[in-house]
Ligand binder design. Structure first.
Ligand SMILES: *[C@@H]1O[C@H](CO)[C@@H](O)[C@H](O)[C@H]1NC(C)=O
Ligand SMILES: *[C@@H]1O[C@H](CO)[C@@H](O)[C@H](O)[C@H]1NC(C)=O
Length: 222
């Protein structure tokens, strides 16, 4: 560091940054805060309403079913089984969640998407996946790509566009943890070509440098 006097300021800025970074998944202020939709029995607010701790039971922290394969009979050959706060209310305020991902053989695709509120760490349980993410404009839109086999782990940093493709002849299965109780998902093609109502083709024609007819075709597909 050029000037040691700056050290405390840097420290304060880092502390402030970490406070701001937690703004959308706050650190819990108590042991747990099981989410409820009905506030009759609710106390405290730190995320959703919390269930009164004296009524909390083991089942509030429990979800069953990630042993079951998702149905990949769809256009992309992919299924996600989420375990977010909606499925597991005990996740409320804890800043973490988990999903099961199933990919059909030979090309099952989790299409390019981002999680606005969560970093994702994925591990392959079965099969072979080609995975990647693209860094931001400021970083030069670099593609980071890797082939993953059973037992391999890959991390997709928060907010960046990423995808997974099954390049094997067998079904693939992965489990992923996300650093939010509700990480959100924005599938790029759905958002841009499937918005309701449509984004003006003039906008997309220029943005993608495509013929307007191609844009209208894509919009009809989503
Ligand atoms: C909310 O919870 C209370 C107490 O458990 C119950 O009496 C009431 O019917 C519930 N309301 C709704 C809309 O579920
Ligand atoms: C999987 O989804 C397809 C298409 O929606 C449906 O026809 C099929 O019955 C589903 N299979 C199972 C096992 O649910």
């Amino acid at each position: 560091m050029r000037n040691a006097k700056n050290f405390p300021l840097v420290f304060v800025l880092l502390a402030l940054a970490s406070t701001l970074a937690s703004a959308y998944d706050p650190s819990p202020l108590q042991d747990f805060c099981v989410g409820i939709n009905n506030i009759t029995d609710g106390v405290f607010v730190n995320g959703k309403f919390c269930k009164n701790p004296k009524f909390v039971k083991a089942d509030d922290f429990f979800f069953s079913g990630l042993n079951k394969a998702g149905n990949t009979s769809n256009a992309v050959g992919f299924a996600v089984t989420p375990v977010f706060e909606d499925q597991l209310p005990g996740l409320n305020t804890l800043g973490i969640s988990i999903v099961r991902l199933d990919y059909a053989p030979k090309g099952g695709l989790n299409p390019p998407h981002t999680h606005p509120r969560g970093t994702e760490v994925l591990t392959v349980l079965e099969g072979t996946l080609l995975v990647g993410f693209v860094s931001s404009d400021q970083d030069g839109n670099r593609l980071f790509i890797k082939v993953l086999y059973k037992g391999d782990v890959f991390v997709f940093p928060i907010g960046l566009i990423h995808f997974q493709l099954n390049i094997g002849d067998t079904p693939a299965v992965a489990i992923a943890g996300l650093s939010s109780q509700n990480p959100g998902v924005i599938t790029i093609a759905n958002s841009l070509f499937g918005s309701k109502p449509d984004i003006s083709p003039d906008v997309l024609t220029k943005a993608f440098m495509l013929d307007k007819k191609v844009i209208q075709y894509l919009q009809s597909k989503f």
